[in-house]
Write a protein that binds this ligand. Structure first.
Ligand SMILES: C[S@@+](CC[C@H](N)C(=O)[O-])C[C@H]1O[C@@H](n2cnc3c(N)ncnc32)[C@H](O)[C@@H]1O
Length: 346
């Protein structure tokens, strides 16, 4: 749900931001948005509802009992109605269930191979250096695309890479449903589109320069995902034969995704999601907007009265910390120097 009391403009410090067009009272709902792509970490698969992200622990339960089983891979739900919504949105034609089962199967194959072969798959990536260029990144992806699809990685993915593969699968399925017009359910109609996803800031170069080792990891995830889905979910092949969709998802996941935290404690991170229209809120160490996860949706409210033409900002990090700790956290995890007024004054 968008609200006409604010609009997107270019900020003075670079990039786009959201600005008010009128005075907005405190506690006004500015936006409610659904994820374009998301993942519940696999270790929480039984405890977090795959549809509404409810955490069983917060309901004094060990796990959820409503299951959708496909080929030995189960998704868990807090209620039958959440399962029904998931079926009619993400799991149209059983696609998400097939993709998750294919990834689990591929993981088991990798684990078996590890027992007989301890070497790592050699990939052509540039030497880790802060001077990595777009051309070098392009050529590493091209080389990966040229690999045989049936070549199985010699070394299994780690837990983080497997969760990344699941995040990518959700984005690929969403893009497929949109492209084939199979997304007529109300949730899919209100969720953002692939073209709005592509408008998000692309952080591939800045991220690869900050964490050069991540490129090899991303290539491995692409090869794993491609061979897993190629044979078991062939309808998704057009989105996998080149790396374009996977690369676009990875480039925008970094720096735009929101953690899915438990509602009460806000300490346990259960997964993450990209909410396209929520990604235009810049960070401020004295924010005027708070975010509030409501099930699968993310809602944004004003936390004070806001004058016309003020920028609307949330906080990406803990704002109780002192200036140097805040700047360090933003540089390390978000790769930018904070341009907010508070940082300028402290
Ligand atoms: C989630 S995006 C926000 C929207 C973004 N400005 C855009 O044009 O798409 C986060 C990016 O916005 C910029 N940004 C956000 N808050 C900032 C701040 N306080 N100071 C400087 N740059 C900021 C950084 O480039 C950061 O990587």
């Amino acid at each position: 749900m968008a609200n006409s009391c604010f609009e997107q403009r270019t900020t003075a410090y670079g990039g786009r931001g959201l600005f008010t067009t009128t005075l907005i009272p405190k506690d006004t709902l500015l936006l409610t948005t659904l994820p374009y792509a998301s993942v519940v970490y696999r270790r929480y698969r039984k405890e977090v509802c795959a549809q509404c992200f409810s955490y069983a622990y917060e309901f004094n339960r060990n796990n959820w009992k409503v299951k959708h089983d496909f080929d030995g891979t189960a998704s868990y739900f807090c209620t039958e109605s959440c399962k029904d919504v998931w079926q009619s949105t993400m799991n149209v034609d059983n696609l998400m269930a097939m993709a998750n089962a294919a990834l689990d199967r591929q993981e088991r194959i990798g684990q078996k191979l590890r027992r007989v072969n301890d070497s790592r798959t050699a990939l052509s990536v540039p030497e880790p250096t802060t001077a990595i260029t777009n051309a070098e990144i392009d050529s590493a992806w091209k080389e990966a695309e040229g690999r045989s699809i049936s070549q199985v990685l010699k070394d299994p993915l780690d837990e983080l890479e497997l969760d990344t593969a699941r995040f990518l699968a959700s984005g690929i399925v969403r893009r497929h449903l949109e492209a084939t017009g199979t997304n007529s359910s109300p949730e899919n109609c209100t969720a953002d589109t692939w073209s709005s996803f592509l408008q998000l800031q692309d952080n591939e170069l800045v991220y690869t320069r900050a964490k050069p080792y991540a490129l090899a990891s991303h290539l491995r995830v692409y090869l794993f995902l491609r061979s897993a889905l190629w044979f078991y979910v062939p309808i998704l092949r057009p989105l996998l034969e080149t790396s374009g969709t996977v690369r676009a998802l990875l480039a925008r996941d970094q720096g735009n995704a929101f953690g899915i935290f438990e509602i009460e404690g806000d300490s346990e991170m259960l997964g993450y999601a990209v909410y396209n229209s929520g990604s235009y809120f810049n960070h401020d160490c004295s924010p005027n907007v708070r975010k509030d996860r409501q099930g699968r949706s993310m809602a944004f409210y004003t936390s004070r009265e806001i004058q016309p033409n003020e920028e609307l900002c949330i906080n990406y990090i803990d704002i109780e910390d002192d200036a140097s700790a805040r700047q360090e956290a933003l540089a390390q995890n978000w790769f930018f120097d904070c341009a907010c007024v508070r940082c300028g004054l402290e």
